[in-house]
Every structure is written in structure tokens, then in C-alpha cells.
Design a binder for this molecule. Structure first.
Ligand SMILES: Cc1ncc(COP(=O)(O)O)c(C=O)c1O
Length: 405
């Protein structure tokens, strides 16, 4: 089927709510780490649908599983049992150590569920005024009212106030501030082990340890938001496992379906014991299609762990080489296959030059080039991406000089 790119954008401009600033490209097909636009031009995809398509595009095994499930049974609702939710919850329990799962359809919904479960935990025990949350500067947990309330970016928040009250933001550099903010009125602390949208910022080991200490001391629940950094992205099932955390709640999204929408709130048994029938629910969450896809994705991810460690180290090395070569690169951050290049200038021209040259990366937090390739990415694809970034950085440095002159 041929696609007219201009007709696509014109139709969207008339009928799709204009909440996104899309890049000027229409994708129609994918294969592994490549996407193809309406003219058949290939692009190396180092954003993978914002950290989602972990098995690569059009993965034949995933396609077969989805097709088979679609021909068998797609959806029945949560009014009835089906065989797959329990299997997926058991597998997530093995990976995380948190015994129970609540399934939903997106990362944001997983965050909403965890925020509710944290309050319900205290309410069930008669502590009805323990309702506050502590979240972090640069943190991003989604755009619905609850998730937005624990998301730091004023640009996302300000037009939608009043948000839910009782949220205190703390700088991830400020341990004393954290210790002052987390009290016996705090229901939960929510934090991303590596802040994604906020600029690919790993929490420092000291700050992560302070979160563990202060939550333990006050009995406050800890919600690890693993939606972007979890499920293999950094080489481990969950990144909190490298921080010495024992979270009470964990949010899961993005990678778990490799493109089939599914999210999960993982819940430790002591919290689960305070949640009761009717406390939360969803029509689609955990249906047969999405749980079947997720079971398949988790099976594939287990086999990919050594590959992720190897390619992640290689990727870091080559990004550090770029930093040595280009003064405009001020930092290389991240872990595994979640990487950010911080620049001394706006990252948008670099992302645009990369797109022009056939590489998809994403600008976040203004000065950061974010990269989240499929977890199947090869060493030669990494080398190819680095070569394109190298040229994009040269082009942007040259144009910056021109502007100054
Ligand atoms: C850490 C984190 N939490 C929550 C979300 C929201 O997830 P979703 O966009 O799937 O609703 C995101 C999405 O980027 C995220 O990175």
C-alpha cells in the first residue's frame, strides 16, 4: 500500500488534537532496529518508540504469538479468569521479588495505581491522614492528574492545577532536603532509579541509599518507577536492584509489551494485604492479548541479558569517545542501553541533523540527546549510529559558530 506523506500530515492537522510536536516523517514499516518512511527510506531507530520496542520492530516471534492469541481469544474483561494473568504475575514476582501484580494499559496507569495503593495501605490501617508523597526534581511519572502531581516539570503541570495536594519535591542532590521532607505524614516516596525524561540522570548511590534509609526509618512506602529504566534496559531485570532498594511498589510499562500496550503495578505482600476487592480496576488491563505478548517478551529478555551488558558497555565507550572529540558534549550519562549525551547547547538541532542523516534519537530536558535503542541492537548498528551522531555534532558545532559570527 503506498502512502502519501503529505496527505497523512494534512489529515492529522485537520482532525488530530495537536498535543504533539511530531518530527517531519511518516513511518509505515519496521524491521529490527530499522524503520522505513513512506518513501521507503530506512532510519536507524535509537529511540524505539521511547524505550518500548525492546525486541525490535516486526519481531517474527512476537508477531506469531500475537496472531495466534488474536485467533484464539483477545479480551474477556476482569469479570472472569483467564490462564495468562497469573502466569505473567508469577514471572514478574520471580524477577522483582514483589509477590503480586495489578495489570493496566500504560505506564501512567501503573503510577496511578501505585499512588492509590500507597494511600490505601495507610487508610486500611486506620492512618487516614498519611496521604503525602515525596517526588524528585526532574522526575517524570506521566500526565494524568495523579501522575502529573508527582511529575516535576512546571511546563506540564502549571496549566492543570490544582493538582493533588501534599506532594513535596526534593532535589536529587539534596539528602538533607530529602530527610526533612519524608516524615510520618508521607504515604510514599516515588522515584525513577534513572530519571529518563528529566535528562537520563541516574540517582547517585548516596542519594539512592538515603532514600532507602529514610523510607525504612519512617516506614514510608517506596515506589520505584521502573517504567523507562526497568526490564533489562540497564542489563538487570530492574535497575533498583543495583541501588540496594527493597521497594514496596514498582511501576512497569513500556518494554513489557514491546509495543503491545500493557503496564503493571507490582505490589509487595504487606501492601497487597491492605488492598481489597473494588479498590481499583480497569476494563482492558491484563487481557489475553497483552499478557500473552508480555509473557513472550519477558522470555526473550531473559536470554538477552548478556547481549545488553556487552552492547551497553560498547555504546558507553563510543559515546565517551564522542565526548572527547566534541567540546559541545558535556556529559555521557545512563547505564546499559539507556544513554544520554548532555550538550552545552539545545539538543534539538543535533536530533534534527541525525534524523536528516537517518538516525532517530530524541531531545529531552532541552540539552540532552536521549537514546533508547531496541535491546536487540547490534554492535555494528551502534557504530553506525555513533558515526551519524559524530557528523551531526560537527554540523551543529559549525552552525553554532556561524550564528555567533
Ligand atoms: C519513568 C516514567 N514513568 C511514567 C511514564 C508514563 O508512561 P506512559 O507514557 O506509558 O503512560 C513514563 C513515560 O515516559 C516514564 O518514563
Amino acid at each position: 500500500m503506498s502512502v502519501n506523506a503529505q496527505a497523512v500530515t494534512a489529515l492529522e492537522a485537520r482532525h488530530v488534537l495537536q498535543t504533539y510536536k511530531r518530527q517531519p516523517v511518516v513511518f509505515v514499516r519496521g524491521e529490527g532496529t530499522r524503520l522505513f518512511d513512506a518513501d521507503g527510506r530506512p532510519y536507524l531507530d535509537f529511540i524505539s518508540g521511547i524505550g518500548v520496542v525492546v525486541l525490535g520492530h516486526a519481531h517474527p516471534g512476537l508477531a506469531a504469538v500475537i496472531a495466534e492469541q488474536a485467533k484464539t481469544l483477545v479480551h474477556t474483561s476482569n469479570l472472569y479468569y483467564h490462564p495468562l494473568q497469573g502466569q505473567l504475575a508469577a514471572r514478574l514476582a520471580e524477577l522483582s521479588g514483589l509477590q503480586r501484580s495489578f495489570f493496566c494499559n500504560s505506564g501512567t496507569e501503573a503510577v496511578e495505581a501505585c499512588l492509590k495503593f500507597a494511600r490505601r495501605y495507610w487508610y486500611s490501617q486506620g492512618v487516614k491522614d498519611r496521604t503525602g508523597y515525596v517526588a524528585l526534581d526532574h522526575g517524570f511519572s506521566g500526565r494524568t492528574m495523579g501522575a502529573l502531581s508527582v511529575t516535576a516539570n512546571a511546563h506540564y503541570r502549571d496549566p492543570f492545577g490544582p493538582l493533588i495536594p501534599g506532594v513535596t519535591f526534593v532535589s536529587p542532590d539534596d539528602i538533607a532536603g530529602l530527610e526533612a521532607a519524608v516524615t510520618e505524614s508521607t504515604a510514599a516516596v516515588i522515584a525513577e532509579p534513572i530519571q529518563g525524561e528529566g535528562g537520563v540522570r541516574p540517582l547517585s548511590p548516596e542519594f539512592a541509599a538515603a532514600i532507602a534509609r529514610v523510607t525504612r526509618k519512617t516506614g514510608t512506602l517506596l515506589i520505584a518507577d521502573e517504567i523507562q529504566c526497568g526490564l533489562g534496559r540497564t542489563g538487570r531485570p530492574f535497575h533498583y536492584q543495583s541501588l540496594g532498594w527493597t521497594p514496596d511498589l514498582v511501576t512497569v510499562g513500556k518494554a513489557i509489551g514491546s509495543g503491545i500496550p500493557i503496564g503493571a503495578a507490582l505490589v509487595a505482600e504487606h501492601v497487597a494485604g491492605q488492598i481489597f476487592a473494588g479498590d481499583h480496576g480497569t476494563t482492558y488491563g491484563g487481557n489475553l492479548l497483552s499478557t500473552r505478548a508480555a509473557l513472550y517478551v519477558l522470555e526473550q529478555l531473559a536470554a538477552l541479558a548478556p547481549h545488553i551488558s556487552e552492547t551497553g558497555a560498547l555504546f558507553e565507550q563510543q559515546l565517551l569517545d564522542l565526548q572527547r572529540k566534541h567540546p559541545v558534549v558535556t556529559a555521557v550519562r545512563g547505564a546499559g542501553l539507556m544513554r544520554g549525551l548532555e550538550l552545552s547547547v539545545d539538543a534539538q538541532p543535533v536530533a534534527a541533523a541525525a534524523l536528516e542523516a537517518g538516525l532517530l534519537v530524541n531531545r529531552t530536558a532541552e540539552r540532552v540527546v536521549r537514546m533508547l535503542p531496541p535491546l536487540t541492537v547490534s554492535a555494528s548498528e551502534i557504530a553506525e549510529a555513533i558515526a551519524i551522531l559524530d557528523s551531526a555534532l560537527v554540523a551543529v558545532a559549525a552552525s553554532t559558530v556561524e550564528v555567533k559570527a
